[in-house]
Design a protein around this ligand. Structure first.
Ligand SMILES: Cc1cc2nc3c(=O)[nH]c(=O)nc-3n(C[C@H](O)[C@H](O)[C@H](O)COP(=O)(O)O)c2cc1C
Length: 193
């Protein structure tokens, strides 16, 4: 793969929110997990655990909990339509294992981000979409209970994996010159947020 193909793949990846019922082959899933396995992580501590969820009842319970946490009237399709959900688990004991002078939480969650991005790119290369689904704070404990996750593990996100069943919407990006600063921060460029 040359750099144009690689950047093309990065542009191809997108966040679908509605999925076909078409199954994801176990072989393709393995390829995506393998891409995640090779992600960089701070100190190579690999702070992730993943729960692959194919069970329909569990998916529905996750969708119901999400609706509850977000104040929605119905369980969202984004958790019921994809054939596979992947709960991203963070082992908090890894956060505690870094030396005190390190910003351990940043390092751990950045490592998680790199792993999800690796898996998302692998999914895009297979014409699949792997979408983030950040879990609302209010349902954290119920999600952990449902997935039988111990106290020292957090489940900040439940990814959705499947074939998109919607047109890709446009998602703009800032221009390079809007966010790249040379030698020092140019405050003039900073956005009002
Ligand atoms: C850490 C992280 C958390 C995200 N959480 C959600 C989410 O909870 N719900 C959602 O619909 N999209 C979520 N997204 C997807 C973003 O909204 C999406 O990446 C962004 O709008 C750009 O669109 P694109 O991915 O299609 O290019 C998340 C993305 C990241 C990186």
């Amino acid at each position: 793969m040359d750099e144009e193909e690689l950047i093309g793949l990065m542009k191809k990846r997108w966040t679908a929110r509605k999925f076909e019922s078409k199954d994801v082959d176990e072989e393709d899933l393995e390829k995506i997990l393998e891409a995640g396995r090779w992600s960089p992580s701070g100190g190579n501590k690999q702070p992730w655990e993943l729960i692959v969820i194919r069970d329909e009842e569990t998916k529905h319970k996750i969708a119901e909990l999400y609706a509850e946490g977000m104040g929605m009237s119905d369980p969202p399709e984004r958790y019921t339509s994809p054939p596979v959900l992947i709960a991203v688990c963070v082992d908090k004991r890894v956060i505690d294992s870094y030396p005190d002078m390190m910003p351990a939480e940043f390092v751990v969650y950045a490592s998680i981000g790199s792993m999800v991005q690796n898996m998302s790119l692998a999914a895009a290369s297979l014409d699949l979409a792997l979408s983030w689904g950040t879990q609302p704070e209010g349902i954290k404990e119920e999600v952990k209970e449902l997935l039988e996750v111990p106290d020292y593990i957090e489940v900040p996100d439940i990814l959705q994996l499947g074939y998109p069943d919607q047109e890709r919407y446009s998602s703009d990006r800032r221009r390079i010159d809007e966010f790249v600063h040379r030698d020092k921060i140019d405050e003039e460029k900073l956005r009002d947020i």
